[in-house]
Design a protein around this ligand. Sequence first.
Ligand SMILES: Cc1cc2nc3c(=O)[nH]c(=O)nc-3n(C[C@H](O)[C@H](O)[C@H](O)COP(=O)(O)O)c2cc1C
Length: 169
Amino acid sequence: MSATGKKLVVYYSWGNNTKAAAEYLQQKLGADILQVQPKKPYPPDYNACVREVGRAGKEFEPELIDNIPDLSEYDVFFIGSPCWWGTIANPVRTFLHQNDFAGKTIVPFMTHGTSGLHVGDIKILCPEARVHDGLGIFNSYQVSTKKNTPDNMGDYRSDIDRWLVRIGF
Ligand SMILES: Cc1cc2nc3c(=O)[nH]c(=O)nc-3n(C[C@H](O)[C@H](O)[C@H](O)COP(=O)(O)O)c2cc1C
C-alpha cells in the first residue's frame, strides 16, 4: 500500500461533523479536498432526513452536483462519510460508483453514532482498488438533531493523528 502519490480527501457530510474531520485531515496531509453534494439536498431536519434515506434505501444513488475534478492525477483517496443505516451515505455511493478506482488506494473514514466503521460497500463498489485500514470516529450525538457539533466527536484530531501514524501516512 502506497503512502506516496497525490492525495485527495473526498467527503459527504449532512451535519458537518464528517466535514470537520475531512478538513483536519486535508490540513494534516496537505491534500486537496472535495465535498460531494447531492443535487437535491437532504432535509435539514434530522428525523426527516433519516426517514427519507430509509425510504430510498441504501442502494439509492442520488445525482451529484458536477464539481468533480479530473481524478486521474490522484493516487490516494481518503473517502469520508457519515454512517447512514450501517453503511456509507448515498452520495458517497454515487461518487464511488461513477468513478474508476482501479489501481488506486482508498483510505476510508467514517463518523458514526455507535455503528463503527463500515467499509464493506466501498470494497464492493471499488473491487480493483486497494482499500486501506480505515478510521471510525464516534459522534456522541448519535441521533443528533444538531448540526455543526464536531466537539461531540471527542478528541478526533488526536485520533486522526494516531491513525495516520499507524497506517504510515
Ligand atoms: C440518515 C442517517 C442515518 C444514520 N444512520 C446511522 C447508523 O446506521 N449508525 C450510526 O452509528 N449512526 C447513524 N447516523 C448518525 C451519523 O452517522 C452521525 O451522526 C455522523 O457523525 C453524522 O455525520 P455528519 O455530521 O457529517 O453528517 C445516521 C445519521 C443520519 C442522518
